[in-house]
Design a protein around this ligand. Sequence first.
Ligand code: MOS
Length: 704
Amino acid sequence: MNKVIGTGVNRKDGFAKVTGTATYAAEHQIANLVHGYLVTAAIANGQIDSIDTSAAKTAPGVIAVFTHQNPPKIFKPANDFMTSKIYEARLPLSDNKIYYGGQIIGLVVADTFERARHAAHLVKVKYTTSKPVIDGKQASYKEAPPFFGEELKFTKGDIAAGTNAATVKIAATYTTATELHAAMEPHAIIAHWTDDNSLTIYEPSQWVAASQRTYAQLCGLPTEKVRIVTPFLGGGFGSKAFPWPHGILAAAAAREIKRPLKVVLTRQQMTANTGHRSETEQLIKLGATADGKLTVIDHEAKSCTSLVDVFPELCTGITPAMYAAANLRIQQEIATLNVGTPTFMRAPGENPGMWAMESAIDELAWALNIDPVELRLKNETTEHQRQGLPFSAKHFADCLRVGAEKFGWKDRAKQVRSLTRDGKLIGWGVAAATFPGMRGKSTVKARLLPDGTAHILTAGNDMGTGAYTIVAATAADALGLPVEKIRVEMGDSLLPDAGIAGGSQMTASLAPAVMSACAEVLKTAGVKNAQEALTKLQESGSSAFEATATSAPGGEGKKWAFQSWGAHFCEVSIDEEIGRLQVTRWVSVMNIGQVMNAKTAASQVRGGVIMGIGQALMEECHFDPNIGYPVVYDLATYHFPAHADIPRIEVTFVGEPDLNFNPAGARGVGEIGITGVSAAIANAVYHATGKRIRNLPITPDKLL
Ligand code: MOS
């Protein structure tokens, strides 16, 4: 029986984090360290005609200046995702071409950070400039190519017939702004070469094992010559899984200067060079019979990528999973802009996709005069309509019903503009949440020591989500030890590969491997629990019982579709005179299979909701319309929520462990919380004001 799993165990790493002893990438103390500062393009489209580094080279403290004229040696990686992956296919300093504002065009290395920065500003560049395309509305779109081998289009049934069969139809276009990950910990790297041609890298990485393989290829080394150390990440949200150009350049430059090199990006450099979520435009057409049965779902999405790599925002990916319709079509288009390469950002695709879908369902509910909770229940699908598989352990209906009950939804005012409080308009909104259940191959080493402690070792990362704590709880239950007796080491490529902390899958990947490794330790000892093992250890005088185990998905994905579900209910208060919108109440109910840690799971949902409130109300990254340069300089010019913007967020979990998915029954909870949030808010805004806002963020000007 579980004793620790499911309870609200405090974070293993909590004390280290709040006391400042958790070591983040740039904080590692390395002797003889020097500092690099990036030189970045001041134009967004064109080429470098000349670059004069003479003043920079002779500035005080300068050790080296790298540009496209003298790039450090970088080897071309396979970049096939299996053996290696870089975020931006173009290698840094590979030629004199400029594809986006802020692109890296040089690196100045000096004995101090300040001297490197000063010298970087002495580099003189002459450009030939062409007008950049930085606005998705002015770009030209074409059909998006397959992504990870999957076509980004799918049709079931007959769209025209489904449309003809509908009594009530809606068609609407929804947009989202360019968004930034804006993690607290900036992107940073320390690259440390040692005499035996080995490289140690301290860098925030959501997957140290893939990072190790990739840097090895980039440096022309065998994998075991590279070590990646990432015990802690200060947030990644998808932007810290693979090397970016600055990291590649730092690793290669450090080799040439033969000194450990640290490069920390400014917030503005991060805006240009470490990914973002593309702006999106989505057209959704829905048709239903008068009693609210969907006859057609037609979803088209557009997103933008850079000129140096292809990354589509997969807005339509969730559509075949959400609601049943005999006739359903999805398609995606993509355009290139003179901006850096977009990438995975918390619920990539699912988040903007659910913004559009859940807004459209609300519009349809009003058009039909049916309660939006009822409309969702009426159209629930028991199978994934693209995969043709039944969902395992699906409790979407419970999420809606329990959420409605907790929120008091039945007392909802049935007309828009009919609720007021303190002179402000009040509105209620609901939206669904969803995220696929994913899982990767994961290896864990477990070790039981004579002092009564157990050590769990894995390269898997805790990106701030609580993985250390979940691993400890899982091991505690598997061994029959108190959770305090479990020591967990993670985030070092010397340890066994546990896959990616991304796609909300680290828990589902890791927990089964922890269970297997612990079971294997007891088997090795020939006992049933840790107490008996300890007695045996003491009697025999052995130093430890140790075992390594791997857990990976089997054939279950051929029988079941795995997907997590949820419902958000919210209240907004709007002062129309000044366009002020405040989110005043929030209830989220989630179905994620086994909840591994009640406290950190609820925190993940809250974090997702907060990030979603940011997306709904304020987050947008602008580029200068003339020169194409990002105009986000810091965390003040990228507006995101502060405490005063956030109400109490009530989180409840429903459903049972999804044991079809893995032996731990957990589906993961890192991303689902953000999905549907912006739609719930826009739906509440409509209820409050009668204004249907289809363009995020919902800034005050849109409410006046
Ligand atoms: Mo997440 S966007 O898969 O880190």
